[in-house]
Ligand binder design. Structure first.
Ligand SMILES: Cc1cc2nc3c(=O)[nH]c(=O)nc-3n(C[C@H](O)[C@H](O)[C@H](O)COP(=O)(O)OP(=O)(O)OC[C@H]3O[C@@H](n4cnc5c(N)ncnc54)[C@H](O)[C@@H]3O)c2cc1C
Ligand code: SF4
Ligand code: SF4
Length: 396
């Protein structure tokens, strides 16, 4: 896509300068010039009464024979040989999509020393597993992982490829999609097949979670989507399932530009927020790092995990890995205790599916009470201190 001024037609009237919402047009020698700040919104094209500005949309890649693309693939993310739970959820969803399309479900497993995990993917619904096992793939790397998935997709032409919306999926999936000229929808919360056209419906929150947008990729294949952890139900394990395991040779497609020097595991005494059944979450209303420690105490008593809003993360009370929301993690525990949290839409987007939500806030009109099952209006430190005391008594 490009936006260009035709200098021979431009009269220098400057209408486009004020029409551009991004300040991306400058006048030079009496002619309009579009700068790097241009977002290609097209507002100037309409503003110019002399038709001196042109917006062109180039064809994106070669036309494709869509019927050549078959099957549903799941990128099976693994960490030190353990399959990530989001991949098991994707196998459950992928199985449904594949059954609806009467197609095969395949998984792609990349790493080093991971071959024995292929059977686990078959037990969770895969009909076939492509295993790329090479010491050079021990640590995740955008370049090498993208090279493996791109080459496999070019060779076998899957119709749909799914990955977790994790740090890994978000990092290398766009690279694969752009090389394949494929459509990619990030952070989907629902997937389905259109009965009439057979296209993948990719539904995700838009405009800060205020609307749900369903995105379709009608002209390109594969259709690629990332899905957040805990949004889909995990596949049931059936160890009697049989499937095909296909070994794939790793061939780098070019230089690998990054090198992992060291991996540091974050140590936490409480449970991982994505897996936890009980979450005690805190916001800016806690007032200080010292008060924030009360959450850890309550989480320990309840056997839960500590989460936070972006407000609390910005204050430096807890690392980003604990952030819940639009730019953090999506969680779905049985119990979510929201302490001193206002309930901004960006936070609620990550926790509203919790089974029971208890909110503590001193402001009775705080928006968090709109999603809460139970609300406690009061000072959060006083309520937390009392809760810790009571739960300790109950739990002995
Ligand atoms: C693009 C974008 C992405 C974002 N992504 C995220 C995200 O992923 N996650 C996220 O959380 N936010 C996100 N935000 C920020 C979000 O908009 C809010 O600013 C943030 O969630 C507010 O955090 P908070 O509730 O801790 O703080 P505040 O909004 O400051 O709320 C503090 C609350 O504590 C209450 N309170 C104060 N003192 C007490 C007390 N003594 N006792 C009881 N209650 C008290 C107040 O009444 C208030 O309701 C994002 C914003 C943008 C623009
Ligand atoms: S509005 Fe059109 S004619 Fe006027 S300066 Fe801009 S490009 Fe030139
Ligand atoms: S396309 Fe939009 S951003 Fe670019 S110059 Fe025109 S008005 Fe400005």
């Amino acid at each position: 896509m490009s936006v260009k001024v035709k200098p021979d037609i431009c009269t220098g009237c400057e209408t486009c300068v004020s029409a551009c919402p991004f300040g991306a047009i400058e006048m030079k020698d009496g002619k309009a010039v579009i700068t790097d700040a241009c977002t290609m919104c097209g507002a100037c094209v309409e503003a110019c009464q002399f038709q001196a500005i042109e917006k062109t949309i180039e064809a994106t890649g070669p036309a494709k024979d869509l019927s050549a693309y078959k099957g549903v693939w799941v990128f099976a993310e693994q960490h030190k040989g353990s399959i990530a739970s989001v991949s098991i959820e994707l196998l459950g969803e992928g199985r449904k999509l594949a059954d609806k399309k009467k197609a095969k479900l395949s998984a792609v497993l990349v790493g080093s020393g991971i071959s024995s995990k292929a059977q686990e993917l078959i037990a969770h619904g895969a009909d076939a597993v492509y295993v790329c096992n090479d010491p050079a793939l021990e640590h995740f790397n955008d370049d090498s992982y993208a090279a493996v998935l791109t080459a496999l997709a070019q060779q076998h032409k899957p119709e749909i490829i799914l990955a977790g919306a994790t740090a890994i999926g978000r990092s290398f999936f766009p690279k694969v999609a752009s090389t394949l000229y494929a459509g990619l929808t990030a952070d989907c919360t629902m997937l389905d097949i259109d009965d009439a056209t057979g296209h993948l419906h990719q539904t995700r929150p838009a405009f800060g979670g205020n609307i749900m947008a369903t995105i379709v990729t009608p002209n390109h294949r594969p259709q690629m989507a990332t899905v957040r952890h805990k949004v889909m139900k995990p596949a049931q394990r059936d160890d009697s399932r049989k499937g095909e395991i296909i070994d794939v040779k790793y061939t780098p497609s070019g230089p690998v530009r990054t090198k992992v020097l060291k991996t540091v595991d974050e140590l936490t005494e409480t449970v991982n927020i994505c897996e936890a059944d009980i979450i005690v979450a805190g916001g800016r209303g806690l007032g200080s790092r010292k008060n924030f420690l009360l959450l850890e105490e309550l989480a320990k008593v309840l056997g839960g995990a500590v989460a936070a809003t972006r407000g609390a993360v910005d204050e430096g009370w807890i690392p980003y890995s604990h952030q819940v929301g639009q730019t953090g993690k999506t969680v779905c525990p049985k119990l979510y205790i929201a302490c001193g949290i206002s309930g901004a839409i960006q936070h609620v987007a990550g926790m509203q599916s919790s089974e029971t939500i208890v909110a503590i806030n001193k402001d009775p009109d705080a928006p968090i009470f709109n999603v809460a099952t139970y609300g406690i209006v009061g000072d959060v430190t006083e309520v937390l201190t009392e809760m810790i005391k009571k739960f300790r008594e109950v739990r002995g």
